[in-house]
Design a protein around this ligand. Structure first.
Ligand SMILES: [Zn+2]
Length: 330
């Protein structure tokens, strides 16, 4: 066991090493390394930074203490990289290294030999562990401690397969844009208890009849997910060069497909409900009348495809040769 007094000594390798998970946050890795060596994570950080807790952790120090090669630490935790490191890597399919994190699937973590589940950044479609058929949710679901089983919910699993397929076919950028719109619409309908028959059916399968749950229960985003993916597909498919008139054949075709796939009783209406219009009408109108408003529908703006360019342009803290302390850019 390492004693606190030992932490005043020069850096040396700890008895137990820990393999970093892909896209793990530095905080999570330090917590797991400290746990494996029975250390306090804050003391470990101070040891690495020479007692200055707020200073960035140098990758060379972490390599010396963890016994892991610096290159593998950088590759797993992109926040350790310098600007030049990032520019030389192939990062097309990696999530924003400064985005929010969530715990990985516990069963995957155990299979990889992690005693404690690492907290990792993730791409927006990685909300389901298809291998273990569990809902792992997004970093937005900060409060979720359980990962609901999806063994009785094939709709949610196949929605995730469709979601990933959409990204392979059409590219991440266009899918995430439609998925944000769809999530805004789906959440708004859910709050108003509209078009939520499939949600209620899925919730009953999760919890039985007469279910009552907390408003932050992870089954809520899971049960709205198939509708959000169906809406995403529709919103991607139906993009018109000009705003369609209310009685136009384009809009009629769109609504017909919407009723078949995502909202069987949907009626297109510009009436307001408690001063709010139907969210689908809002999104379609905003596309043509005020595209800037679409930013308000963002659900997780950090998880996009432009994070590298954005950080290089606006948020590079040059002198230390690394990124640090990024302000809120949402
Ligand atoms: Zn898993």
């Amino acid at each position: 066991m390492i004693l606190s007094a030992d932490l005043q000594a020069p850096l040396r390798r700890l008895p137990r090493t820990v393999v970093p998970a892909a896209d793990e946050s530095l905080d999570s890795y330090l917590r797991r390394l400290a746990h494996a060596n029975r250390l306090n994570p804050d003391e470990l950080r101070r040891w690495l930074t020479g007692n200055r807790k707020s200073d960035p952790v140098a990758v060379a120090s972490l390599a010396a203490v963890s016994g892991r090669p610096a290159a593998s630490l950088r590759w797993a935790m992109l926040e350790l990289c310098s600007r030049d490191d990032l520019a030389s890597m192939r990062l097309r399919t990696r999530p924003d290294p400064f985005g929010p994190t969530r715990p990985e699937c516990r069963l995957c973590s155990l299979a990889r030999g992690h005693e404690v589940a690492p907290h990792c950044r993730h791409l927006h479609e990685h909300v389901v562990c298809l291998r273990h058929q569990r809902w792992i949710g997004s970093a937005r679901d900060q409060t979720m401690r359980t990962k609901p089983s999806l063994r009785q919910h094939p709709e949610i699993l196949s929605a995730n397969v469709q979601h990933r397929r959409l990204i392979r076919r059409h590219g991440r950028h266009s899918v995430i844009s439609a998925f944000r719109e769809a999530t805004y619409i789906g959440r708004s309908w859910h709050q108003r208890q509209e078009h939520d028959d499939s949600y209620r059916e899925l919730m009953e399968r999760f919890h039985g009849a007469d279910w009552m749950i907390s408003t932050v229960d992870p089954t809520i985003p899971a049960a709205t997910y198939p509708q959000r993916v169906a809406l995403t597909m529709l919103l991607m498919k139906h993009r018109w060069p000009d705003k369609p008139a209310d009685e136009s054949p384009q809009l009629a075709a769109f609504i017909g497909e919407l009723r078949r796939t995502a909202a069987p009783n949907y009626e297109w209406s510009r009436r307001s409900y408690y001063r709010r219009r139907d969210p689908l009408v809002e999104v379609i109108d905003a596309r043509y009348d005020d595209p800037d408003v679409l930013g308000e529908f963002d659900i997780n703006p950090r998880n996009d495809t432009n994070w590298l360019e954005r950080h290089l342009t606006y948020h590079y803290a040059g002198s230390a040769g690394r990124f640090r302390g990024l302000p809120n850019i949402d």
